[in-house]
Design a binder for this molecule. Structure first.
Ligand code: MN
Length: 203
């Protein structure tokens, strides 16, 4: 069985950038539904239900074809949101700037942090419909990519170290149709310590 973890901070911790009501609905309704639907899709399949969700969605060929799309969407939703919560933090707690090796690779790859943020933001604004933007690390090299729906880079064997949810449910209450404003605000709550931790784990 997959379970919905608590947020690693209070619902209002990301105010004023991400509002409390959005966090409540996003976590307690949307994320909860992905977990429930994933468990329902895999009912009785104890071996698959016992896998870490990242492992499950990393090899969907092991999932019976009849439920594969459900597992792709809801397993992806569970994995993506679990990661998303951990990649944000209250503005005073680690949401300043990347440092160390990650900072060096960002500068080397994109020129500087501001240019990286601009390109990542553009990918978010440009993502048509629902989906995610990712910073993916592959053998120490970083690339920006985006995916539709709840697809994850993990489904292609790539490891995301930063992800941004650009589904309307992530921002519509506060920002309505202004996705670019949501993305601009979101940078204030990025938990760079967690991004660094992920980067250091795979390089
Ligand atoms: Mn979402």
């Amino acid at each position: 069985m997959f379970t919905l973890g608590d947020l690693p901070y209070a619902y209002n911790a990301l105010e004023p950038f991400i509002d409390e009501r959005t966090m409540q609905i996003h976590h307690d309704k949307h994320h909860a539904a992905y977990v429930k639907n994933l468990n329902d899709a895999l009912a009785g399949q104890e071996e698959l239900l016992s896998l870490p969700v990242d492992t499950l969605i990393g090899d969907l060929s092991k999932v019976p074809e009849v439920v594969r799309t459900k597992v792709r969407n809801n397993g992806g939703g569970h994995a993506n949101h679990t990661m998303f919560w951990s990649m944000m933090a209250a503005p005073s707690e680690g949401s300043d700037k990347p440092s160390g090796a990650l900072s060096e690779v960002i500068d080397k790859t994109f020129g500087d942090l501001a240019t990286f943020q601009e390109k990542f933001s553009q990918a978010g604004v440009g993502r048509f419909g629902s989906g995610w933007v990712w910073l993916v690390a592959d053998k120490g090299a970083l690339t920006i990519t985006d995916t539709p729906n709840q697809d994850s880079p993990l489904m292609d064997g790539r490891v995301p170290i930063l992800g941004l949810d650009v589904w309307e449910h992530a921002y519509y209450l506060k920002y309505q149709n202004l996705r670019a404003d949501y993305i601009k605000a979101w940078w204030n709550v990025v938990n760079w310590r967690e991004v660094e931790r992920r980067f250091n784990t795979i390089t």
